[in-house]
Design a protein around this ligand. Structure first.
Ligand code: ZN
Length: 234
């Protein structure tokens, strides 16, 4: 199986689904990670272009750590727009290039516009990429791909459908988060938020719900014709 995970920013996937992605790789599947935005606005000292390069390197390193391949779409922070024709085309090209069997991304109830607009872009692109006449460089993908929404920031309003036991992958997930040195500084200074503590709290909480040590939680995007009769998550 080919799995594509699309976050708004470098670090979103690491926080909310990297244990599952690592497990997919361990089970022999091919995993691509992507971000729509480049993370260029989240720092007090580092200027936007330099910051974007730093953050793309950090998330690329994190992907390598779990055996995944990173592809960034390089949209500026706070500019992700599901109605932007160029961004729609970039998202379609991403899906046509990767040809995933499963996509993991944000849900529509997340905490900031880049996240919810990423959910909207994937909703658009996963369908458009299957249309032979959609004007893109690559040929169409012969599937309207199933989509899972990952945990949102802080978990407010998020109701999981499925859990993935990441007990064996949890330390690797923490190592992937540690690749995000610039973001750990920013979130600590700007929001008083510790990424490693948050990852542990979420994994223990979701693990408690499904009776394992550490877990990640997902909600299936329930729209025809994306639903399948078999479980797709590991
Ligand atoms: Zn984000």
């Amino acid at each position: 199986m080919v799995v594509l995970a699309v976050g708004a920013h470098p670090d979103d996937l690491e926080l909310h689904c990297f244990g599952t992605l690592a497990k997919f790789v361990k089970n022999g599947h091919t995993v691509y990670t992507s971000t729509i935005a480049n993370g260029n606005k989240g720092h007090y000292q580092i200027k936007p272009r330099e910051l974007a390069e730093t953050r793309l390197k950090e998330t690329s390193d994190a992907a390598k750590l779990i055996g995944a391949t990173y592809i960034g779409l390089d949209v500026a922070d706070m500019m992700v727009d599901s109605h932007d024709r160029d961004q729609q085309k970039k998202a379609v090209e991403l899906i046509r290039k990767v040809k995933p069997d499963l996509i993991i991304t944000h849900g529509s109830g997340d905490y900031m516009s880049d996240h919810t607009e990423t959910a909207g872009l994937i909703f658009y692109a996963a369908f458009a990429s299957s249309l032979p006449s959609y004007p893109a460089e690559l040929p169409f993908h012969d599937d309207v791909v199933p989509v899972y929404n990952m945990e949102n920031a802080s978990g407010i309003g998020f109701v999981p459908d499925e859990y993935v036991d990441i007990s064996e992958e949890f330390e690797l997930k923490l190592d992937a988060i540690r690749c995000h040195k610039s973001q750990m500084e920013w979130l600590s200074e700007h929001d008083g938020f510790n990424m490693l503590d948050s990852a542990r709290i979420f994994a223990e909480f979701r693990g408690m719900q499904c009776s394992v040590k550490y877990a990640e939680a997902f909600a299936l995007f329930k729209k025809w014709p994306r639903l399948r009769s078999q479980r797709l998550l590991p």
